[in-house]
Each structure stands twice: as structure tokens, then as C-alpha cells.
Design a protein around this ligand. Structure first.
Ligand SMILES: C[S@@+](CC[C@H](N)C(=O)[O-])C[C@H]1O[C@@H](n2cnc3c(N)ncnc32)[C@H](O)[C@@H]1O
Length: 199
């Protein structure tokens, strides 16, 4: 994906999402909207959801001259439960998919994906031996305790199994190497398409 965002973060690219002019695309946990803005510049309808009003305000400020974004402040599960639209692709870059129980989230995403639609997400690979729901500590200021949030970490074969169990087909999951530079941790990239339910 062409880098519109100032923060380099490995992400599902437009080719992985199959985005083209007229596609409807949803990002779960869009943050400041760099990835979503890129999707919009490809001619897709770009819908973003994020819990954080501050992030969404920053997205509006950054991209209002560049790209038309539909931004919603909501928890990803709540948004999916109330949304009546369907999407050609749903994606998440170190976003809400990482921070939501897949057992609840994947059925909700399925409800909003068109047949053959794509789900793709990226996140940090699991720490060896630490699988399932993990506590994640997010540093704030020096004066504040870190924020503790839950995140869901699995190895690639487990992700493909979970996706299959929730009716997704052609699931792939791989750890991409870190780009050249100081960062040593790769990126887990997961992709699947919406198939018939198997549950
Ligand atoms: C690490 S940031 C990544 C933002 C963006 N995807 C990027 O690559 O720059 C994670 C974002 O996910 C949002 N988020 C986390 N859990 C969420 C949830 N359950 N529903 C909606 N947004 C969520 C956070 O508010 C935050 O903006």
C-alpha cells in the first residue's frame, strides 16, 4: 500500500484487500486514518471506526483535503452490530481485530461482508508461548500508570483454523520479516475470504 501515513506501520495493501473504484471498505480501529485515506484515493467508499474521538479528530484534520472518509466513533463490535451496510473488504492494521475476542468479532464481520469479500488484518506476531487473550500495557505519560487492554495473539496456523471455523475460506497467515532498519519484530498478516458458514 502506498504510504500516506506519516507513521510507517506494516499493513494489508490495496492488492491484498482487492480494492477497486466503487468498492466499499471498512477499517476497524482506523486511528488517524492513513490507511483509510489511501483506500479512499483508490475510489473506494472508505468507512472507518475507532473508539478514540481524539484519533478520529486527528484523521479529519489530516485527510479532509485529500480524501473523503466516513468516520464513526464506536467500539468495533457495537458498530458491526448496528451497521446495515455490507462491505467488499474489512481490514484492521494493529487495530480493533487485535483487541477484540475473535469468537465474538469474526461472526460480526461475516454478517457485514459480501460473499467473496475479504478480511485482512495485521498485528504484532505472538510472543512464543503466549497465546490467546493477553494483557497489553500501553505506556502513557510518566505520571500515569500504563493503560491495560486485552489483545488476542495466535500463531499463524491457529489463525487459519479459527478463520475456517468461522466460515472463512482460503485463509492465509504469515509472519512478514521486519523492514530493513532498527525494528526487529516482523508483522503477522492474516487474510481470508467470506465463504459459506461451516459452524
Ligand atoms: C495501534 S492503533 C492503530 C491505528 C491505525 N490502524 C494505524 O495503523 O495507524 C489502534 C487503534 O485501534 C483502536 N481500537 C482499539 N480497540 C478498538 C475497538 N474495540 N473498537 C474500535 N477501535 C478500537 C484504538 O483506539 C486505536 O486508534
Amino acid at each position: 500500500m502506498v504510504q500516506l501515513d506519516a507513521v510507517p506501520r506494516p499493513r494489508p495493501g490495496a492488492d491484498i484487500l482487492g480494492v477497486s473504484r466503487g468498492s466499499a471498505v471498512l477499517e476497524l480501529g482506523c486511528g488517524k486514518g492513513g490507511n483509510l485515506a489511501h483506500v479512499a484515493t483508490l475510489g473506494a467508499r472508505a468507512v472507518g471506526v475507532d473508539l478514540s474521538l481524539a484519533q478520529l479528530r486527528a484523521a479529519e484534520a489530516r485527510w479532509s483535503d485529500t480524501a473523503e472518509l466516513e468516520l464513526h466513533q464506536a467500539d468495533a463490535l457495537d458498530f458491526l452490530a448496528h451497521c446495515t451496510d455490507t462491505f467488499d473488504a474489512v481490514f484492521s492494521v494493529f487495530g480493533a481485530v487485535w483487541f477484540t475476542d475473535p469468537v465474538r468479532l469474526l461472526p460480526a464481520i461475516r454478517e457485514r461482508l459480501r460473499p467473496g469479500g475479504v478480511l485482512a488484518f495485521s498485528q504484532r506476531p505472538p510472543v512464543e508461548g503466549c497465546y490467546g487473550c493477553q494483557a497489553s500495557y500501553i505506556t502513557r505519560s510518566e505520571d500515569e500508570d500504563p493503560l491495560v487492554v486485552k489483545r488476542w495473539d495466535y500463531e499463524p496456523p491457529r489463525w487459519t483454523r479459527i478463520l475456517r471455523q468461522h466460515g472463512f475460506t482460503g485463509a492465509t497467515a504469515q509472519v512478514l520479516p521486519a523492514p530493513v532498519g532498527p525494528r526487529k519484530t516482523g508483522t503477522l498478516l492474516v487474510r481470508a475470504t467470506m465463504g459459506p458458514a461451516t459452524l
